[in-house]
Design a protein. Structure first.
Length: 245
């Protein structure tokens, strides 16, 4: 049995699939024969050699700063009559879920050409490898939005690294908000404003409100985070984007 294929149960391999942008590969007649190894992304490090000194100085770029990494999935497909649709599906960027790592997904893109190889003469199956270039973090799926209506509330990050939340802040006047170790202000705006940490954008409907926001885009550290505010905040809805390595 190939490494990473999974256990045979009732004639079906339990780990013979991945999903790409919400579609399972088996919907296209594709089955995984080798899942990727689980990989911890490399930290971004600079090594500096100094003349006359043995070894090198090691400098981390920052706390929890990691590089992208590759996950390779080996697949087979029997019916090649649907290749036009398969190739149209297996392109670009999106969300990758692996059978061997349930409960979340990677943000990834497909970076290699897809070459279908004949396995055996006369056998209709074709083998190919997909290389997914993954951003460093594994995002937890099925996480509900969190509503905070009182200053001084606590929020626990279950992940192993800081998260970058998206906030919908409802205001009646200017406000000053502290979230975990982050502080920011919203001024000259009322109603519901979106503060989007992943995009580093503040907006309302389709209009940019970056000029109305000052300070740091909020992050939520692993463990307990306190949320406080002063001014005209009536509530905050948080999409937490919990993640781990």
């Amino acid at each position: 049995m190939p490494i990473g294929r999974g256990l045979l149960f009732g004639g079906i391999y339990l780990n013979d699939w991945f999903t790409w942008n919400g579609t399972r590969c088996t919907d296209y007649g594709i089955h995984v024969v080798r899942q990727p190894e689980l990989i911890r992304p490399p930290e971004r490090i600079t090594f500096t050699s100094v003349p006359g000194r043995s070894g090198a100085f090691t400098t981390l770029e920052g706390m929890d700063v990691y590089d992208d990494f590759l996950l390779s999935v080996e697949c087979v497909v029997r019916d090649t009559s649907n290749l036009v649709n398969i190739f149209a599906w297996l392109k670009g960027s999106g969300k990758l879920t692996l059978a061997t790592r349930p409960g979340g997904f990677y943000d990834a893109c497909i970076v290699n050409q897809i070459s279908l190889e004949q396995i055996l003469r006369g056998n209709p199956h074709r083998r190919f490898v997909l290389n997914f270039r993954c951003q460093p973090f594994f995002y937890l799926s099925g996480v509900a939005n969190i509503s905070v209506s009182a200053s001084g509330s606590y929020l626990t990050n279950p992940g192993s690294v800081f998260s970058e939340p998206v906030l919908k802040v409802t205001l009646t006047s200017d406000a000053q908000i502290t979230m975990g170790g982050s502080y920011f202000e919203l001024a000259g705006v009322t109603g519901t404003v979106t503060v989007d940490t992943p995009l580093k954008e503040t907006y309302k409907s389709y209009s940019s409100y970056n000029s109305k926001m000052s300070g740091d885009y909020p992050t939520l550290l692993p463990g307990e985070n306190i949320i406080t505010w002063s001014g005209g905040v009536t509530g905050i809805i948080i999409t937490p984007n919990w993640r781990t390595l």
